[in-house]
Design a protein around this ligand. Structure first.
Ligand SMILES: Cc1cc2nc3c(=O)[nH]c(=O)nc-3n(C[C@H](O)[C@H](O)[C@H](O)COP(=O)(O)OP(=O)(O)OC[C@H]3O[C@@H](n4cnc5c(N)ncnc54)[C@H](O)[C@@H]3O)c2cc1C
Length: 571
């Protein structure tokens, strides 16, 4: 058994930022299934938001209002206010840590336009902002020397919670297959999003929602799972992201007839409307027969008018992704795109100091915290604005570190039944490795992902969701008999895929269940059969609880509204 004061699972921006806050004070372990600099934070492209006002008269208040309006009034406004009022400090801190932000001619941090933001607010490093931020933090973590111990390529299998107290985790060393209990006074989950449950997705292979699943299995409810963001510009059929920065820099969206269709849907913001609205507009064009290509199933991102020089300076990654994956030279031809599953608004419910909530009444789990995309604090409500998520991971990663420091200094270890925990982890693994299983893992996974994209996607309706729910139930039943061909102990990625599929099947049901019951359209949750927002009945957060028989129960809690009364959302 390993022992550390604090165990952080996840080494993206949220996990590393929290670790830095604790280094030198407590004994900290960071457990991560991928090497830290391969965390999905490093794939972020477009920018990180803060009302620096370097290009215009922006203010934190304007940032707050844009965030709340963008959330379709489902964000908890006290939490959103923390996010936006701490943004400026956060950017300067990252700059002082060494992050190479792009500059204006006067050598200020440059800021570009982004969807749903009413000022030029996105600070960026070309279109590799996440890469620059993640490497900066990783360097800073190294600078802390032995104060932070990184367990790279260790896979967290279980969260240990007994009597409302988190006591540690169980994890497997991927290199050897060895399973160990990590005892801790405090556990932080910074395990990222769950976008891999979709076929067309911008998310990394690692984004399988393991953290939310482990929390759920340990008796913690999951919040607002039905809110999944679809990004308007995924590369056609691949889902790979072409950053919103492409539209921030002036890119157009065209339908198959060459029309800038956003004129019809968001005349004042055009291509820079918020993501839910732009994705729906694209889908409507496709559904009504105005898509491009032989099947009329995509639209175009047109950058040609920006000129090759600007494209190569500001959007080099976007250029290369289009060139390398579908052979389109974006300086000469429009790029085929379609909406892609991108961001998980839902996750592990936590308070403003990142402590995890046990129920709808606000009771908390002692010693358990969550930050970054796996958490639902809820600063993004029903729809996140672009560039607010890197900010969320940095602001709340630091905040989690501070509250963990206060809660853990002087605390003692709660007892852990090591034998019992190891046996439970082994049981799960053995059940996957048993002989005679017949179900094909890849077939189940592909059917799940396809079902989620087709039936619980940009537009939803009761009938399709009912079908999707039925399919998920069938797939869950087939999964009991899933076949893992590789029996090796070391680097058994086949086994990891099976564990991850188990997670996806479990929480995908909660996405559908929350969405089926919510008879309204709000933010990213858009129903053909209930096209309007219904504040009277649905201005509420969903909490999904796991029942002992493996089923679930949905409960609701009110949204915190401090400054802005919900109004109709138009752009
Ligand atoms: C392509 C793309 C572009 C984006 N661009 C932007 C942008 O421009 N601006 C913006 O604000 N947001 C952007 N986002 C969103 C943003 O990048 C993420 O929301 C944010 O980086 C999440 O950070 P995180 O620290 O919460 O998690 P991540 O960076 O996803 O890290 C998760 C960590 O958890 C670990 N982990 C997970 N499961 C386990 C397990 N079972 N055992 C051990 N470790 C585990 C992983 O190893 C990893 O280290 C983008 C997202 C994508 C996919």
């Amino acid at each position: 058994m390993y022992s550390h004061d604090v165990v952080i699972v996840g080494s993206g921006l949220a996990g590393l930022r929290a670790a830095m806050e604790l280094a030198g004070h407590l004994d900290v372990a960071v457990v991560t299934k991928v090497y830290p600099s391969r965390s999905h934070s490093g794939a972020a492209q477009g920018g990180v938001a803060a009302a620096l006002g370097n290009m215009d008269g922006d203010t934190p208040e304007a940032h707050l209002y844009d965030t709340v309006k963008g959330s379709d009034f489902l964000a908890d406004q006290d939490a959103a206010e923390i996010l936006t009022s701490d943004a400026i400090r956060t950017i300067y801190e990252m700059e002082h840590f060494g992050c190479p932000f792009s500059r204006t001619p006067e050598n200020k941090i440059a800021q570009r336009a982004f969807g749903g933001h009413s000022y030029q607010r996105a600070c960026y490093s070309a279109d590799r902002t996440g890469h620059a931020l993640l490497h900066t933090l990783f360097e800073q973590t190294y600078r802390q020397g032995g104060n932070i111990q990184i367990y790279s390529e260790w896979y967290m299998l279980r969260l240990i919670v007994e009597e409302g107290i988190a006591r540690g985790i169980v994890a497997m060393d991927i290199q050897t297959g060895r399973i160990e209990v990590f005892r801790a006074k405090t556990v932080l989950f910074a395990t990222g999003g769950y976008g891999r449950a979709y076929k067309i997705t911008s998310n990394a292979f690692a984004n399988t929602g393991d953290g939310i699943s482990a929390a759920y299995r340990a008796g913690i409810p999951l919040m607002d799972m039905e809110f999944v963001q679809f990004h308007p510009t995924g590369l056609y059929q691949h889902g790979i992201l072409l950053s919103e920065a492409a539209r921030g820099e002036g890119g157009y969206l065209l339908n198959g007839n060459g029309e800038r269709f956003m004129q019809k849907y968001a005349p004042s913001k055009m291509e820079l409307g918020p993501r839910d609205i732009v994705s729906r507009s694209e889908q409507t064009e496709i559904n009504e027969g105005r898509g491009a290509g032989p099947n009329k199933d995509y639209v175009y991102l047109d950058l040609r008018h920006l000129g090759r020089e600007k494209i190569m300076e500001r959007l080099p990654q976007v250029y290369h992704l289009a060139k390398d994956f579908i052979g389109v030279d974006a300086a000469e031809a429009p790029v085929p795109i379609q909406p892609t599953a991108h961001y998980s608004m839902g996750g592990i419910p936590a308070d403003k100091d990142c402590q995890v909530l046990l129920d709808e009444k606000g009771n908390k789990v002692t010693g358990f915290y969550a930050a970054g995309e796996c958490s639902c604090i809820s600063v993004h409500g029903a729809n996140r604005l672009g560039t607010n998520s890197l900010l969320d991971a940095l602001v709340f990663g630091r905040r989690a570190g501070k509250s963990i420091l206060a809660a853990t200094e002087g605390a003692s270890f709660a007892p852990v039944d090591e034998k019992k925990e190891l046996a439970a982890a082994r049981r799960e693994i053995d059940s996957l490795l048993h002989n005679g299983a017949t179900e094909d893992l890849h077939a189940i996974r592909e059917e799940l992902k396809e079902t989620m994209t087709l039936k619980v996607g940009v537009y939803r309706n009761g009938e399709q969701m009912k079908e999707a729910h039925g399919t998920i139930k069938e797939l869950q039943a087939r999964f009991v008999n899933v076949r893992v061909d590789d029996r090796r102990k070391n680097f058994n990625t086949n086994l990891l895929e099976a564990l991850e599929l188990g997670h996806m099947l479990e929480y995908s049901e909660l996405i559908v269940a929350g969405a089926e019951v919510r008879t309204e359209s709000r933010g990213a949750h858009a129903r053909d059969d209930y096209p309007t927002r219904d504040d009277e009945n649905w201005l509420a957060h969903t909490l999904a609880f796991r029942k002992d028989d493996g089923g679930y129960e949905l409960k609701y809690k009110p949204v915190t509204i401090t400054r802005f009364k919900p109004v109709e959302r138009t752009y």
